[in-house]
Design a protein around this ligand. Structure first.
Ligand code: NAD
Length: 721
């Protein structure tokens, strides 16, 4: 017999307790079984006279409910062909029915005529909070770390179980939009202040308080919005000035923030605008209509897949080699206490790992530790907690202090010689069985591994700056790197709660190599006389966090010059000079290094603005400027073709790694789900045709690799359906 998802029990007062305990899931999520169990329980509640009311709670101690089971939503994303022969109904009609099912069930819950109280013992997100909102009385454990919210917008969808209708009716349209459009969570205290919940209670009193409410309120089974006297907080309607102004402001702000790239926010705005002026039954159908429209667009599936499913799988070790037991990392040997070393030391110490932070002088090592103190103070970390974190960082110049470390990470200067020296010095103390990770950004791992006697224990662990903020870590397998090193690197990344991708050794690895194409294409456009504002705006409008010139300023134009010179030296005759190189050289000649010295392509006065004399080094602007779409096309396709090449060469091995690395490594247009998802969605044959045209117009950097041509011919995609 299958285990139920809802445990039912009745007490002597006729109160039915419905405790959610979805089998096979560590955290409650909405499954078809839960929906069926709840429907059956509601039928009992409605029809059995002895039942006076109910409590909806969670039988799992780690929270109430995390929402929809996104992993199992794929059937929604693919509801079959249009006008299927079986029922003659359109795909959209079937999709609507599927998404309306839960809306209709929760509507039955709130209109069943008997009082139902929610007793919320922990996190209630997405569908979890929507279950709570449908109950007549809501009591939450008085614990400020509990998160309540509707974060669907962050993965490309919207609340679809009444959240866009009940939240505004409880807290007013304006504050509700803030939470719906930004996916922000609220604490129980905030929820109480907004009237979203009615009571906070110590965790152990939740059930007794819920029962007391049900007992005291036999007539409490009616939602305020189903009564004649209901007044929408703040008022609604096309003739209500506050309501109209809210939507004018929210629409404009949303369009600015999303550059019209995301489908979710406009759908939320429309559902709230229309639904809040309608009776609840119709309002819920309006919400389901927008939800179905969203789900029918590939954007939702691409975003859910990359931002949620692939991300979670990577964090749970999808790419970790099998059969290697996990061993907690207790002590990290961190070589180099500069910007990166200090950041890595901080995240490790925060994860409870002891860190020996080694540099060439005690002063430099101490400065590395001070970085953590400074960041913790800026974040207003609880002093006792901060002290405990700092106590785990041990600055030193003495290699003997590394003894006992179970992982070494090196972040000294980007020089083969210095890196080889510190590698050998660490091995003298630790022996070659310990795993050694290099945080190099450009030097091939296979070469660096020669300094460690057992190259199978040498690996690239590439962090992004600032380490404490950036979510991705690129793990690089050198030619001889073995599975134990990969497993250890993955375990470290898991301990510091970041997202790993696994790639193979190559110049610039995966992320730096593809990311550089965005910058270089921007520079080439500039060299052709394209207006810098046009280039920058095109970058932002297509969904990159900033334009290519701004990004180059952040990276540092001096660093760009170093990489350029190193690549030229390494490649020799094979190096292809471009006008982009000249721009970087001239900018450095003028000591314009980027944000770090307050002058680059931008001038960093307040407000930051494009350097007005940029044409002094790039030449006059072209008399005819390209169409913005043409600029966007070049900036996008130059990245896409490089990602495809990395895939062909085996630098990235899975579309999941490629998409995660792109979105979380260099901010590649998250609404597309990443470059591989984007190519699949646009169709590989279309991609090849556009790349062929761009090659004819702009040169071989756009030439599609054979892999893409073959895929187009065979109607293949990067992701297997
Ligand atoms: P940094 O100059 O801020 O720090 C380097 C530190 O290494 C300095 O404190 C220096 O004193 C120390 N050092 C130099 N020689 C040493 C030795 N022999 N023994 C011990 N310590 C020594 O540089 P960074 O930005 O932290 O970069 C460090 C490494 O990380 C480089 O390989 C770089 O390519 C890589 N990286 C940097 C970034 C970035 O954005 N800055 C991103 C990813 C990777």
């Amino acid at each position: 017999m299958t285990k139920p998802a809802l445990h039912l029990s009745t007490d002597e007062d006729g109160i039915l307790t419905m405790a959610i305990d979805v089998p096979g899931q560590s955290m409650n999520v909405i499954t078809p079984q839960l929906v069926a169990d709840l429907a059956a329980a509601l039928t009992r509640l409605k029809t059995e006279d002895g039942l006076k009311g109910a409590i909806l709670t969670s039988a799992k101690s780690n929270g109430f409910m995390a929402g929809a089971d996104l992993k199992n939503m794929t059937s929604l994303f693919d509801p079959g062909p249009d006008d299927s022969e079986t029922d003659g109904r359109s795909k959209m009609a079937r999709l609507f029915d599927a998404v309306y099912e839960i809306n209709s069930l929760l509507r039955q819950l709130e209109t069943c005529g008997k009082p139902i109280a929610a007793a919320v013992n922990g996190l209630a997100l997405g569908g979890g909070l929507e279950f709570v909102l449908a109950c007549h009385h809501r009591i939450v454990a008085d614990n400020p770390s509990i998160k309540l919210g509707l974060p669907e917008v962050m993965v490309g969808i919207m609340p679809g179980a009444g959240g866009t209708q009940r939240l505004p009716r409880l807290m007013g349209v304006q504050p509700a939009l803030l939470y719906l459009l930004q996916g922000k969570t609220m604490s129980p205290q905030e929820a109480l202040g907004f009237g979203v919940v009615q009571e906070l209670a110590p965790a152990e009193e939740l059930l007794s308080r819920a029962k007391a409410w049900v007992k005291a309120n036999p007539e409490g089974g009616v939602q305020p919005w189903d009564t004649k006297s209901f007044k929408f907080p703040g008022g609604v309607g096309a003739f209500n000035p506050g309501f109209v102004q809210t939507f004018m402001g929210a629409s404009a702000m949303t369009m600015k923030a999303t550059n019209r790239n995301l489908n979710g926010p406009p759908a939320i705005l429309s559902a709230v605008y229309e639904g809040s002026q309608l009776p609840m039954d119709t309002a819920l159908r309006v919400e389901s209509k927008y939800f179905a429209t969203l789900v029918a667009d590939p954007q939702a599936y691409n975003m859910v897949r990359s931002l949620f499913i692939s991300k979670q799988a990577a964090e749970k070790g999808a790419r970790r080699p099998e059969g290697i037991p996990k061993a907690p990392i207790k002590k990290l040997a961190m070589l180099g206490a500069g910007l990166m070393g200090a950041g890595i030391a901080m995240v490790a110490a925060q994860a409870g790992i002891e860190v020996v932070l080694l540099d060439t002088t005690q002063e430099a090592a101490e400065k590395g530790k001070a970085y953590t103190a400074d960041r913790l103070a800026k974040r207003k970390t609880d002093p006792a907690k901060a002290e405990a974190i700092l106590a785990r960082i041990h600055p030193t110049i003495n290699y003997d202090d590394l003894k006992g470390a179970d992982l070494v990470i090196e972040a000294v200067f980007e020089s083969r010689e210095i890196k080889a020296n510190v590698t050998k010095a660490a091995e003298t103390v630790l022996g070659p069985d310990v795993i050694f990770g290099s945080n190099t950004s450009t030097l091939p791992i296979t070469g660096l591994a020669q300094a460690w006697t057992k190259p199978e224990n040498f690996i690239g662990i590439h962090f992004f700056s600032p380490v404490d903020k950036m979510p991705l870590v690129e793990i690089i397998r050198g030619e001889k790197t073995g599975p134990a090193a990969i497993a250890k690197a993955m375990d470290f990344v898991a301990a510091i709660r970041k997202t790993p991708i696994l790639v193979n050794d190559s110049r610039g690895f995966y992320t730096s190599r593809c990311f550089a194409t965005y910058i270089t294409e921007g520079l080439l456009l500039l060299a052709e006389g394209t207006g810098p504002a046009l280039i920058e705006n095109a970058g932002k409008h297509m969904g990159m966090p900033v334009g290519p010139l701004a990004v180059n300023d952040e990276v540092g134009l001096d660093l760009s010059l170093k990489v350029q010179n190193q690549t030229r030296a390494d490649l020799g005759d094979a190096y292809v000079e471009t006008p982009a190189d000249k721009i970087i050289e001239k900018m450095n000649d003028l000591d314009r290094k980027g944000r770090k010295n307050g002058k680059g392509f931008y001038t960093y006065d307040t407000p930051k603005h494009l350097w007005s004399d940029l044409t002094s080094i790039t030449g006059d602007l072209a008399a005819t400027q390209p169409h913005p779409d043409a600029v966007k096309e070049r900036l996008i396709y130059r990245q896409l073709v490089e990602c495809a090449r990395c895939f062909e060469e085996g630098v990235v091995e899975t579309p999941q790694d490629a998409d995660l690395g792109a979105i979380f490594g260099w901010g590649f247009m998250p609404h597309t789900g990443g470059p591989m998802s984007h190519m699949d969605t646009l169709g590989i044959a279309n991609i090849v045709a556009i790349l062929d045209r761009l090659t004819a117009e702009h040169g071989p950097r756009f030439t599609p690799p054979k892999l893409l041509r073959d895929m187009a011919k065979n109607h293949q995609k990067f992701y297997t359906p």
